[in-house]
Ligand binder design. Structure first.
Ligand code: ZN
Ligand code: ZN
Length: 323
């Protein structure tokens, strides 16, 4: 479930047996922990006052499993009232869980930007419109969006990841194609980024006699942790999962749990799996990625604690309403 196209070099006895495919982000550990939580919750069934839904969400690496799961009714029957998830994090040591109030992951939108000029002979540049020169100016101008148009205390990313165009050394390029990613924690800034990329690309290209075409593909929304859930659950988490709860800084990474957290109060927890003694220090998406399996028990305890805490709280709220 949800592997990456990377040839595994972890050296583990249970390393991937499929060439060029591995669990480099720890999603196999996530499945193991949720199965562990299922077993524990069955054993502690009597303590549950509500129902618990276990969401084995696939395709977080893309195109995303959360949105189709919601469309198919994953949050209905029983109606889900709040949701939590764990993701392993090799920056945090085993025995810690990171919980961030408010925005924790960024939106991740992709774009393709075409700069259209007019081709010609490289020795007679005045006879054409050089798309490479126009594109260079566009790339430079786009850097001013984050530095000059976004509140310095907010967070935003405009990255051009690829650029290609042209034919050979002595021909004018008639087209340059770029692809990139736009990221933000605030939905208003997210929308502003796309609009500003388009405006700057159009007007700068026009200044060079070229044209710009922007194609935007909306990706995952930002993940925003519910403040009340964080406040209520952080002390329970420390006690029940035997971990140190730390306020991990938000990141500009994307995570499609965002769709669940848009529908119901949500909580994304980062499970520390770093252990230098066993070499569990390489980041996810690396061929040498391994995690400290001692952390799995903490993860299971965290998921069980969430279910027991809010299973009860939800039923109490319902009881009050019915009175
Ligand atoms: Zn992941
Ligand atoms: Zn990943």
């Amino acid at each position: 479930m949800d592997a990456l196209p990377i040839a595994e070099r972890s050296g583990l006895p249970f390393a991937s047996e499929i060439p060029d495919v591995m669990h480099a982000c720890g999603h196999d550990a996530h499945v193991a922990m949720l199965l562990g939580a299922a077993t524990m919750l069955q054993a502690r069934r009597a303590e549950l006052h509500g129902q618990v839904v276990l969401l084995f969400q696939p395709a977080e690496e893309g195109p995303g499993g959360a949105a189709p799961m919601i469309a198919e009714g994953a949050l209905e029957n029983p109606r889900v009232e709040c949701a939590a998830m764990l993701h392993v994090d090799v920056r945090l040591t085993t025995g810690t869980i990171g919980v961030t109030p408010g925005p924790v992951n960024a939106s991740a939108d992709e774009f393709t930007l075409r700069i259209l000029g007019r081709g010609g002979h490289g020795a007679y540049p005045h006879t054409g419109v050089d798309a490479i020169v126009a594109a260079s100016a566009v790339v430079s101008a786009l850097q001013s969006i984050v530095s000059r148009e976004i509140d310095p205390l907010a967070s935003a990313v405009v990255t051009i990841g690829t650029i290609s165009g042209g034919y050979r050394n002595n021909a004018l390029a008639d087209e340059v194609v770029m692809t990139g990613t736009l990221r933000a924690h605030d939905p208003a800034i997210r929308d502003a980024l796309a609009a500003r990329v388009e405006r700057i690309a159009r007007s700068v290209a026009e200044g060079y006699g070229a044209r710009a075409q922007l194609e935007l593909r909306r990706g995952y929304p930002p993940v925003v942790n519910d403040l009340a859930l964080v406040r209520t659950f952080a002390p329970v988490l420390a006690r029940e999962a035997g971990v140190k709860v730390v306020e991990a800084p938000p990141t500009m990474g994307g995570e499609d749990f965002a769709y669940f957290a848009q529908e119901v109060p949500g909580l994304l927890m980062r499970l520390g799996v770093r252990n230098e003694a066993i070499g569990a220090v390489r980041s996810g998406h690396s061929a040498e990625f391994i995690l400290d399996e001692a952390a799995l028990a903490h993860g299971v305890d965290a998921l069980v604690a969430f279910a027991l805490t809010f299973g009860a709280a939800a039923s109490i709220a319902e009881e009050k309403r019915n009175r």
